[in-house]
Design a protein around this ligand. Structure first.
Ligand code: SF4
Ligand code: SF4
Length: 178
């Protein structure tokens, strides 16, 4: 019969030798391999305390930016949601009220803005579609969690705080003209 692959080998049902029957050489051989790895440099890191360096173009968790005066830049135009191939973005728009000029830059703003991080494929199309430079992907890895609902990030997790502004200027953007 023609063999299915070139790697097939004939099975021989031979009796075990005395040394094979007592298993000790195999056990010591296995322990020797374990011992050798014990003193080798480890490839694992203790994440999240230790983080591996990522490429400058790495795309991780999103941030919704504020302008220089601390106002939310997003105007809830929906272009990011329309451009998202994973349909991960949803939002509800609201009209800015009198007295809220210091909170929202435009007359319309996102009352709610949510990204489903389980759907997101971190392609960066939302970032490119945004006409207000309001959404950027950062080098932050999305935190692990237990429930699916916890991966729907709202404005509380996405909008940068006034105290801890996120610098996205150093992230490289791919130059398509090259
Ligand atoms: S990075 Fe891509 S998949 Fe993720 S929300 Fe933005 S457009 Fe959607
Ligand atoms: S993040 Fe940008 S593209 Fe998305 S709704 Fe806000 S302003 Fe529009």
């Amino acid at each position: 019969m023609k063999p299915l692959t070139q790697r097939s080998s004939k099975v021989v049902n031979k009796d075990m030798t005395f040394m094979e029957k007592i298993y000790l050489p195999a056990i010591f051989g296995g322990m020797w391999i374990t011992l050798k790895h014990f003193f080798k440099k480890k490839n694992t890191v203790s994440y999240p305390e230790v983080k591996r360096p990522v490429a400058p173009i790495y795309r991780g968790q999103h941030v919704l930016k504020r302008d220089d005066e601390g106002r939310e830049r997003c105007t809830a135009c929906g272009l990011c949601a329309v451009s998202c191939p994973a349909e991960a973005i949803t939002m509800v728009a609201a009209e800015r009220k009198k007295g809220e000029e210091n909170l929202y830059r435009e007359e319309k703003y996102a009352k709610t803005y949510e990204i489903n991080m389980l759907r997101c494929i971190f392609c960066g199309l939302c970032e490119e579609a945004c006409p207000k430079e309001a959404i950027f992907l950062t080098d932050k890895i999305v935190d692990a969690d237990f429930g699916r609902g916890d991966f729907i990030y709202g404005k509380d997790k996405l909008v940068e705080t006034l105290e801890d502004r996120i610098d996205v200027s150093k992230r490289q953007i791919w130059d398509y003209q090259q």
